[in-house]
Design a protein around this ligand. Structure first.
Ligand code: HEC
Length: 239
């Protein structure tokens, strides 16, 4: 993609928030060719994307000590993106493009499997982000967000890993402290409180509590219906 030979670093936040894997990789390779581009890349890309072999090689080629340190810190514990998963995502997007999804049915699939953690048009819980704007990101990126939830996790949704004084471990999304306890939301949307005095150590992991195997657990028809529902949300006033 020649258009990305000299990419505009200012576009990085939008590209990494919304574009499909293939587009992001080409864009990242372009940004990684200059120090300014690499800084924008570091801010906008996920740690895993910085480890894409073609991107990593270019970043190292810049031979910029301060940048190398920042990249090493940002990518600690991250794993490179999985090419096989990229292919699955592209294949799922191609299948979806050929389907004729039943959107009303998709709304019911959402209510059953997703509303536990996500709100859309005011319905559902807010364990994860509200999904009202997701239709702008297109099918491929939406499929990636569903099949590979841990690839792009907003720091607000990082999983807190709490070790108690007695050695037991609890995980969840931290929702702040109140009444001398840390409030945690777990993968079922339930809120629990861990008294601060019981906490021996606390770490944050850049992973998602959203279950990754969703597309394997429902039929392709249900998955396409769900995507159709999410990608064609009525404008305000249209419903
Ligand atoms: C157990 C709770 C849980 C369930 C169930 C769940 N999600 Fe999520 N989801 C999250 C959390 C937490 C995040 C934020 C972290 C991340 O990006 O993975 C998220 C992120 C997302 C994102 C990216 C949002 C953004 O702003 O970037 C999409 C899209 C999404 N989920 C769709 C779905 C769909 C569709 C379903 C139903 C098939 C679903 N989720 C089920 C918890 C959940």
């Amino acid at each position: 993609m020649a258009a990305f030979a000299d990419p505009d670093p200012g576009l990085a936040p939008a590209v990494f928030a919304e574009a499909a894997p293939e587009t992001r990789r080409t864009f990242a390779e372009g940004l990684a060719s200059t120090v300014d581009g690499a800084r924008a890349l570091l801010d906008a890309a996920s740690p895993s994307e910085l480890l894409t072999p073609s991107v990593k090689a270019k970043l190292e080629g810049l031979k910029h000590a301060e940048l190398q340190r920042a990249i090493a810190a940002a990518t600690a514990g991250a794993t490179p993106p999985d090419a096989a998963l990229d292919e699955r995502i592209a294949a799922a997007a191609a299948d979806y493009a050929k389907s004729s999804p039943d959107r009303a049915w998709g709304g019911r699939v959402f209510a059953r499997h997703c509303a536990l953690c996500h709100q859309l048009a005011g319905e559902g819980k807010v364990v994860g982000p509200q999904l009202d704007g997701v239709h702008t990101r297109g099918a491929t990126r939406l499929i990636e967000d569903i099949l590979a939830p841990s690839r792009h996790v907003d720091p607000n949704f990082h999983v807190a890993v709490i070790t108690r004084q007695d050695g037991s471990v609890v995980t969840g999304i931290a929702r702040g402290e109140s009444g001398g306890a840390l409030q945690l939301v777990d993968a079922t949307g339930a809120l629990s409180a861990v008294p601060l005095g019981q906490i021996a150590s606390r770490q944050s992991a850049p992973i998602s509590i959203m279950p990754p195997g969703f597309a394997d657990s429902i039929s392709p028809e249900d998955f396409h219906a769900l995507l159709g529902f999410l990608l064609h949300q009525p404008e305000p006033g249209e419903r």
